[in-house]
Design a protein around this ligand. Sequence first.
Ligand code: CDP
Ligand code: CDP
Length: 216
Amino acid sequence: MSHPLTIAIDGPAAAGKGTLAKRVAAHYGLPYLDTGLLYRAVGKLAAEAGGDLDDAEAMAVFAARLDTSHLDDGTLRGHEAGQLASRVAVHPPVRDALTAFQRSFATGAAGAVLDGRDIGTVICPQARVKIFVTASAEVRARRRTDELRAKGRDVDYARILAEVKERDARDAGRSVAPLKPAADAHLLDTSELGIEAAFRAACEVIDRSLANPNDD
Ligand code: CDP
Ligand code: CDP
């Protein structure tokens, strides 16, 4: 019997992970977890409570208390919540408190698609397929700017670019679970790929792996 199909999709902010992961999950009939929502929810809870985002132990208490059954309240996906998330995500005790939930999702009998920063390296190193989605910081900042403007927000591209770079540096520079491709990840640069082309490229990688189960 083959193992359940687990797919890890990692990469920096606004690379197109979520868009891709959702389509891949629907295409292969797999449950999907956006792990960024966990860190976003902790950051938001902490900020609302006036907590010190630099206090690792205090942030871990918020992570331990998180109600994972109510993650998507719509307010978590915003740009500001992403910045808060990346500040609480540097703390090892916060990451530890969120690990068990992610692993149990990843190892469910139905298989799963998870997207984040450390899925292929830490949460699910045994994932059947690992895809690291990238794009230049300029392209990613342009996408975020367009996305926010489409929602009616008057945002400045230069500021979004600076924030994207700041978040990249923090995510890649932290001591635990830094943003980096797993050694066996397939790199997918979407700088010049639309959503459809990125999806097709990902399906090729996944289908190849399914057709050759003993390759990896
Ligand atoms: O999840 P992540 O932050 O990596 O990115 P996303 O939310 O999936 O995508 C960010 C934005 O880029 C969305 O508005 C997507 O529609 C857009 N996008 C794109 O223009 N081209 C792609 N190949 C992927 C995403
Ligand atoms: O969609 P976008 O890439 O902008 O953000 P996200 O995936 O929702 O992640 C928000 C922040 O949470 C990231 O900048 C990381 O600092 C953190 N994160 C993480 O450390 N590990 C994960 N598996 C997912 C998110």
